[in-house]
Ligand binder design. Sequence first.
Ligand code: C5P
Length: 304
Amino acid sequence: MSFEPPSFAKINWTLEILGRRADGYHELRTILQTVDVCDQMQFVAAESNIALTCDNPAVPCDATNLIYRAAVLLQELTGCDKGAKIHLQKRIPMGAGLGGGSGNAAVALLALTQLWELDVAPRDLFRLGSQLGSDVPFFFFGGTGIGIGRGDEVYPMADITAEYLLLVNPGVHVPTREIYGNLPSELTSTPAVNKMPFSLEAAYARMRGTRWNLRNDLERPALALYPLIGQVKERLRELQAAAVLMSGSGATVFAVFESEAARAQAQQALSETGWWCATTRTLSRSEYQAALTRISDFRFRISD
Ligand code: C5P
């Protein structure tokens, strides 16, 4: 048996820091969104052992890789001793705020559950996912979702649509931990109160009223430490983007354009910079789930 699922990227429409938690993490509220840029993965059943390969030599394929760790956690949980050959075609820039590694881990958990014919309760998969990384659980269902807690407690929201997105990464590698460690004190000195329940409609309206109103609290430390990210934002604004924001802990910046022509013009203007640049669009939850049908078995259907 084998599966060849895509593994999509995400952006954060908003990311608010609500305070610092006792466990050292930050309590946050973020609106996540899958986009149609993806890695390609392949899972082939094997007698024993996990063998991971990748077309990009910069990707570590040892026990530190999130895909590998996902496989091991699943084996430990279930006592399964089957193996798999896993191949990753890396297209999403790494350490870039696009959730590439997190998406890979979530897809690996889903695919291996199917491949090894395991019966794992959704809550157990969510637990394994959040153990692997704060963004992992979101990739079990995709589309538009709100994340609270460490960002790992996720709830689906009505899909937000943007056709003409441009992702730009100036090649800066931003360590997530460093960004969280340099947040302004007014964001971290408040007790980390979990502000749920709140209205999803209100969150949506605040962000998408008559114009885009996007916010990412991680931008301040990221732009202070890596001014090039600010230059990317500035350039995209000059190029008539309707909204521009850094995704996650950066360094990728996404821009929303109002037409294909405006986006094409911006992409053309940026072609001399050497920055990684990708056109994309939002991927709705049903599109995301359709792309993962074979491996997800719809066990994470939102209405369940
Ligand atoms: O959960 P994940 O492995 O993606 O987090 C990477 C790092 O980002 C953590 O080690 C922590 O320093 C920081 N972080 C945080 N608060 C969060 C999420 C991440 O401080 N809610």
